[in-house]
Ligand binder design. Structure first.
Ligand code: AMP
Ligand code: ZN
Length: 467
């Protein structure tokens, strides 16, 4: 049984999907006005771990992630670039898709774009008008009246006596202390340039919160299973989504809300506004791979803040190289005669259980990774004693492959696998050593060194390794 901490109840809860064996998952996506930074990717990575865990446990997952392609930031960006909004956002949508591929994040089933769902948003506003919850103010914008919705603010503690009902916030982002009537439809003003849609309330554009209410329900139904985002999205974004959806639809919006803690840099949230951020591309340019970044981002429990450092990436490289070495040994052992099947089966069974139990317990990644490391140690011990081979080694490889459907870190990036040229040189060096042609062996070592490789002696013979 899967268990998740539900931000709605503030408690860990057994997971029960609406339809048996299926899950509807909505995750708030990027605002496509710039390259996403790795803080954003921490959030998308946690969602990927969640989705892969659901798949591991046999659920069919329908995953929807919105692309915010109209808001203050995208409009301003397109104006600064002097190009139409759609052309401006197109570049960053593509960059986002490229980045998630690098990070081995499984793409969502649907990526609805806000600009393509204006009619659905207008329908929600109409329903809120019918119920007397939406109103048009003097500035022609349409607002949600929090006074008309006493259930406002379930996700976060709101001091209802401090609520400024009747006071309006037009900005999409505001502090909890200034909770007030929020914008559903923003009346056109000249800052919006040529970005505007017609509506029953005049020309304008939707508020940010409304897009997630409209697009999640369109693709997943009015009530669905899981909604995720970073903790900074809990207020006001998710609080406003719940209010709009439940008020318009007259039913519960989402059963489980999961939020991830922030990626930090020296004690502060990594964010564009603080300027302390790295895009994925910044880190790839420093020579790290998508797999190494993935390892760092999944390594801490999603509800704990994670401090980012280059040292963490170096540690990831070391850890992954160790894993690669053992997996390579297992491949070689699988080609040998059968040996150690009982010992292997016992170790694999124990590891698989620990791995599954860890993930089922609110995605306890430390427990799942401990299972991986214990298993690697156990198998290395057996191989050191030449007590594992054939079918037993193949079973171990199958177990790692199954675990990797969740972790997605056990296969090297094409950039960090060993090129054939290097393998050939290492073999030639070995042959030269056997033939006692040490001059040639040393010469080849020099060539490998110049290419950035060293040759390590292992129980299964010499193996090239990046310096
Ligand atoms: P934004 O583009 O700012 O709306 O952010 C997109 C997603 O990334 C949201 O779910 C945010 O909560 C999340 N996010 C932003 N900064 C961080 C961070 N430093 N750590 C983790 N998640 C973040
Ligand atoms: Zn959202």
């Amino acid at each position: 049984m899967l268990k998740f901490y539900n931000s709605l109840s503030h408690l860990p809860e057994d997971y029960k999907s609406i339809e048996e064996g299926k899950t509807g998952l909505y995750t708030c996506g990027p605002t496509v006005y710039n390259f996403a930074h790795i803080g954003n990717f921490r959030c998308y990575m946690f969602e990927d771990l969640l989705k892969r865990t659901l798949l591991y446990f046999g659920y069919k997952v329908k995953h929807v992630m919105n692309l915010t392609d109209v808001d203050d930031k995208t409009i301003k960006g397109s104006q600064n670039a002097g190009i139409p909004l759609d052309d401006f956002t197109k570049k960053y949508k593509q960059a986002f898709f490229d980045d998630i591929k690098t990070l081995r994040i499984i793409p969502a089933d649907v990526y609805p774009e806000a600009t393509r769902h204006i009619p659905e948003m207008i329908e929600i506003i109409k329903a809120l008008f019918d119920k007397g919850i939406a109103y048009q103010a003097e500035d022609k914008s349409v607002y949600f009246s929090i006074a008309k919705w006493p259930k406002y603010g379930q996700l976060v503690h709101i001091d209802h006596s401090q609520m400024r009902s009747g006071v309006r916030v037009k900005m999409d982002e505001y502090a909890k202390e200034s909770v007030a009537d929020f914008a559903l439809w923003k009346a056109y003003d000249e800052n919006d340039g040529d970005v505007a849609w017609d509506s029953p309330w005049g020309k304008g554009r939707p508020g940010w919160h409304l897009e997630c209410s409209a697009m999640s329900s369109k693709y997943l139904g009015k009530t669905f299973d899981i909604h995720c985002g970073g903790i900074d999205n809990m207020f006001p974004h998710h609080a406003d989504e719940i209010a709009q959806s439940e008020a318009a639809n007259g039913c519960k919006f989402v059963n489980y809300w999961l939020h991830c803690a922030h990626l930090m840099v020296e004690g502060q949230k990594m964010s564009k506004s603080l300027g302390n951020f790295f895009t994925l591309r910044d880190i790839l340019d420093k020579g790290y791979t998508g797999r190494e970044i993935r390892w760092v981002l999944i390594g801490a429990h999603y509800r704990q803040s994670l401090n980012f450092s280059m040292k963490a990436l170096d540690d990831a490289r070391t850890a992954l190289q160790r894993i690669d070495t053992t997996l390579q040994r297992l491949k070689e052992a699988a080609a040998k005669p059968d040996k150690g099947i009982d010992e292997a089966k016992a170790a694999l069974d124990k590891a698989e259980k620990q791995f599954a139990n860890g993930l089922a317990d609110d995605l306890n990644i430390s427990e799942a990774l401990a299972a991986v490391f214990d298993l690697l140690r156990e198998l290395n011990k057996l191989m050191d004693n030449d007590a594992l081979g054939g079918k037993a080694a193949q079973l171990a490889l199958d177990t790692f492959a199954k675990m990797d459907t969740v972790l997605a870190v056990f296969t090297p990036d094409s950039g960090d696998s060993i090129p054939q040229e290097i393998i050939d040189l290492a073999n030639e060096r070995q042959a030269a050593r056997k033939a006692k042609n040490f001059a040639r062996a040393d010469e080849i070592r020099g060539i490998l060194d110049a290419k950035g490789w060293i040759v390590e002696d292992t129980p299964n013979g010499p193996r090239p390794k990046r310096k």
